[in-house]
Design a protein around this ligand. Sequence first.
Ligand SMILES: [Zn+2]
Length: 383
Amino acid sequence: MSRRRRKRRAVKSGRVVEVLILVVLFMLLIIPLSIKDKNVEIEVGTNYNDKTKITYLGIDISDFVDIVGSIDTTTVGEYELTYKWGIKSATQKIKVVDKTAPKIEMQGGSTIYVQSLDNLDNIDPGVVVTDNYDKDIRAKRERNKISETEYEFVYTATDSSGNVTIEKRRIVMATGVIYLTFDDGPSNVTPEILDILEKNDVKATFFIVDYSEEDKETIQRVINDGHTLGIHGISHDYATIYSSVTAALENFTDLKEKLLNDFGYEATFIRFPGGSSNTVSKKYSEGVMTKVTEAVEQEGLVYYDWNVDVNDAGGARTASKIYDNFVEGIASKRENVVLMHDGFGHEATAEALQRIIDYAKYNGYEFSAISENTVPVQHSVNN
Ligand SMILES: [Zn+2]
């Protein structure tokens, strides 16, 4: 009796084990692989590392899975990778996206100065649009009137993923005038400068020093070409010029007389050697500049200093340095009186001249020779 009972119990417990095993197997079957990065987003054109952590029941099995599927990281789209381990698998979704906006590179700068706003379409130097994904992108251009003297171009570039870049450009009516002035000539450099000015139809001003018989041809050409002939002085020697008010005054009037006799040309514009603000004159005569700046005006002469110095008589001895100083020095909406030199040894100035003219014209400046309508640019006197 007791034996039978024991047997029945044994059978019973055997079933329980079977059921338990089945339950465990079933559990094992339905428990999925666990994947760390189920959904991934990457920027188009970047690399994708398909190593992600795969665990099963908390155990890292990443090294034992097979990866099925592929991604084209150069093409925007949705991709899937399947990580397989025995009969189990896990799927990863990878979105290759383009979130990088196009680049707009403006040709000709973000502000353009023009002499007329009549032909705006022809003024636009255009933009170059590049994108990390789309090959052929163009910018749409909108035009806004800001004021009577200013417009705005708005360039909008949109790529196929909808990323947008906007750039703006100002088109400003230039009122800047440039008076190129050349001191210390004439010399062998002067005809070179005259050639370039003539070719570009630019008028300038020459503040000359004393000249020889051979220089007369050059001076005559300055006059004939329509430039303004100004007086720098019969001498450039500071000790002589600034020894007294009379000497400083006669330094101008002597050359004025000579020009009148030789060419019948009445020069009225002058430039002090060293400028009216010079301090070197102090060494020779205290207060001479204060007095002579008044004396020349009584003589009917108008003196001009400068507000742009290309420094060609100072540190700038190469054409590119002279050009850089010019570009840095000029400003729109004012008169720019530019100090340059055409004396001996100033070949670099002649060499820089074409680029200087091109730059100024491109940016909407006008050139003019000094005339009675020009408002004099004068420094403050320091002696
Ligand atoms: Zn000088």
